[in-house]
Design a protein around this ligand. Structure first.
Ligand SMILES: Nc1ncnc2c1ncn2[C@@H]1O[C@H](COP(=O)(O)OP(=O)(O)OP(=O)(O)O)[C@@H](O)[C@H]1O
Ligand SMILES: CC(C)(CO)[C@@H](O)C(=O)[O-]
Ligand code: BAL
Length: 301
């Protein structure tokens, strides 16, 4: 497993892969690796000759009020996990200064240089809660795709809006990379694996699956009566999260719950197969560490 800290050295390796006609599958990450990430690596290895993983905590997708400084960084353990996995050919660990030659600040109004904005898909859902977020993701993924030039890139359904934004990005910018999306890996109680789960206290962890339980209850309403109203479907999710928030001292708060079109990510009045149910939940006392949990499912009968 080769580890590259400069773009130039990575590009020399990549050139050789082109010369030898070896296909490259790419798994972009922010590190603090878990089975969700290594599952994507398995898919990449089964579909390509070589696998590249990037680890880069991207400042442009964090607001000044968010957790850029405290985001878990664990390269030594990540390296061991990747080596033990034995399926990764190259790891890219780029420096912020190389990724953002014009410099980068978290304050969007002070930023200089070139940014990529996927209009129409970035303002709703997660984009409403994090208005800077998809601009930061689209920008860094464009840069990473320019560096890695993968045939195929692998993403998790857990960040479903990100996958819709990135599919539009490669289509609109004519980037010759296929975006592949794989299901969310979960803990036994349904909580989606996520690097930020490390922030949860043992008590918070006990209640952290409330969003998933809520989404699952909403799906059950749809499956039992296909013509259920939007209020009936989303009300079932809301009810579970309200119950949990009343029974715990941890402060659990639903941020949003959505029933949206998979193409436009805009809210719909009527659910059909393919409709996305998604939500975000905050857990933690105000003024202390508050963890956002996001999750989703796609309705299917
Ligand atoms: N539970 C999961 N199942 C499948 N894929 C996942 C899961 N969690 C993350 N991924 C995917 O791994 C890739 C890298 O994600 P990232 O490094 O941000 O990890 P994360 O666990 O989502 O972190 P965070 O806690 O910041 O949301 C993304 O494509 C993401 O969707
Ligand atoms: C795609 C990504 C690596 C871009 O920083 C990040 O948003 C993530 O880990 O999902
Ligand atoms: N997986 C999403 C990365 C983020 O929340 O910044």
């Amino acid at each position: 497993m080769k580890v590259f800290k400069t773009i130039d050295q990575f590009r020399q390796w990549r050139r050789n892969e082109f010369l030898e006609a070896r296909s490259v599958g790419f798994v972009p990450t922010m590190g603090a690796l878990h089975a969700g990430h290594t599952g994507l690596i398995d898919h990449a290895k089964s579909e390509n000759d070589s696998v590249v993983v990037s680890i880069f905590v991207n400042p442009a997708q964090f607001a000044p009020t968010e957790d850029f400084d405290s985001y878990p960084r664990s390269w030594e353990t990540d390296k061991i996990k990747l080596q033990e996995k034995g399926k990764v050919d190259a790891v890219l660990l780029p420096l912020i200064a190389e990724m953002y030659p014009s410099g980068i600040t978290l304050d969007v109004s002070q930023q200089q240089g070139t940014f990529v904005h996927v209009q129409g898909l970035s303002h709703q859902l997660e984009g409403k809660a994090r208005p800077h977020f998809f601009r930061g993701v689209a920008t860094v993924v464009s840069k990473l795709f320019n560096i890695v030039q993968p045939e195929t890139a692998y993403f998790g359904q857990k960040d479903i809006q990100q996958t819709v934004v990135l599919k539009a990005l490669v289509r609109d910018l004519l980037i010759p990379t296929t975006v592949r999306v794989f299901p969310t890996l979960r803990e036994d109680d349904g909580l989606a694996l996520s690097s930020r789960n490390a922030y949860l206290s043992p008590d918070q962890r006990k209640h952290a699956n409330a969003l998933w339980r809520g989404l699952s209850a909403a799906r059950d309403v749809y499956l039992s009566h296909k013509d259920s109203s939007r209020d009936e479907i989303l009300g079932a999710a809301q009810k579970i999260i309200d119950e949990v928030s009343q029974l715990t001292q941890c402060e659990v708060e639903l941020e949003y719950i959505s029933m949206a079109s998979p193409e436009t990510l805009l809210e719909v009045g009527k659910a059909v197969d393919g409709t996305i149910l998604s939500g975000a939940m905050r857990i933690g006392k105000k003024g202390q560490l508050v963890t956002r949990i996001i999750d989703n499912l796609i309705l299917e009968s």
